[in-house]
Design a protein around this ligand. Sequence first.
Ligand code: FE2
Length: 484
Amino acid sequence: MMKSTLRTALLCLLVTLAAGSSCSRPEAEIYHIVTTVCEDAASAVTVNYHCSLPDSYVLVTQADDTTFRHAEKIKPVSRIWSTVGIDNTATESTFYTKERYVCYATISGLEADTRYRYKIVAGKTRTDARQFKTAGKKEPWNFVVFTDFQHRENPVTLPLVEMMKEIASPDLVICSGDQIDVAGNEYEWSFLLDNDIFRDFVYAASPGDHAYWASDKTPDGHYPQYDKPYTFVNLFHLPDNGAPDSKGSSYYFYYNDILFVALDMNNSNLSSGSRFDAQAAWFSETLDHLAGTYRYLVVFMHKSVFGSDLIDAAVARNIRPQWASLFRQYGVDLVLSGHDHIYSRTLAMDGDQVTEDPAAGTFYLDMGSSGDKRRPLDESLTGNPRYAKVMDLKELDQSCACNIEVDETCLKVTVYNQHRQVVDGFTIPRKERPAASESREGFLFVHMTDPQIGFRDVSPGYGQTDTLMQKAAAVAASPCSRAG
Ligand SMILES: [Fe+2]
């Protein structure tokens, strides 16, 4: 009798607890989910999302653990946010009216070249599973680049992203700015981020001038500008290693044997000034510091050093002297940009001059548009011998994206339009680069498993030994083959 009473009481207690906990947990809204790069893409990623509840977490496991049996629970950094109180904010946008928890969970200690799956949990709600893959694939490898998605609900962007996923299966996707038209309108970001296409890759972006556009148009038809890209930095937690005045919107990261540098080219009215000077100083210091740790150097930035000649000469006049000279000095291989909504690609440039030696030059690719905003081309401006190819995307009714294949000899760029046609292509030979200096010993955090393959971080910790330094120096100094 006693036993039976006890059993019944325990059962009642369990039922009550179960019912209570289930009833007390509310449904959550979890949205704007995106996986972004960390400084070392072989060992870490960041999962970004917005959530209606304060307590949420990420469950992450290897991709083949489909039931999440071995998942780890990662608590995000989470803080409540809206655009209330931000200068020139859009008062009718949900960014203003709906407070939410901005969350980012950096998942570190990951294995290189490994696919993972994750889901986000808050209250009763669990998202579906998403995937990402860490860097570390032995060459050849590839990544995909877009620019200027721009308008919400344009009919091109999402099919173009889907098409490039089918063609190139990228683990890394980059966008050189203007992912939206008016950054202060949340529905524009929802169009880009909250769908079944824009997912399952690691993402890196630089802000375009439209990342500075607030809303609430003024009576004279102008959009006020934010003084910082507030919505961009609250959607994407990118590496915190950028210029002091542009943290989170300028940064660098290693992905396999490429060092990527993202620049923040600021708002529509600005193309020179102290923020540009601060980024130029940071760029120099950073690349001096990182010398010898990468095989290729790729910059992505919104405004175009050369392409802007075709539509906005003031931009070219302001940004070219500073940046073309720095890109020459540090041997940048490729500069990816947009902004002009016209396609242009230069020959190899040595500063602002064409060079006969492609392995010594910098290639500039302004893809113009990965959406449906295109500008007409003034043919009278296309005669400049710097251009290898110019396209009037408006006339051609074309939008562009590219796949970039990387091996130990070159970067091979293939540009597609939205109809899956190849519309341009070129090859960037690998440069000879200086070896890491002794003064940098202990700083290197990438190293190789095989000096013939490239820089890989597969160690439990960051490489700090003479052996690693010697290996890095050996690869950096090895002769490169000259592809055509
Ligand atoms: Fe744009």
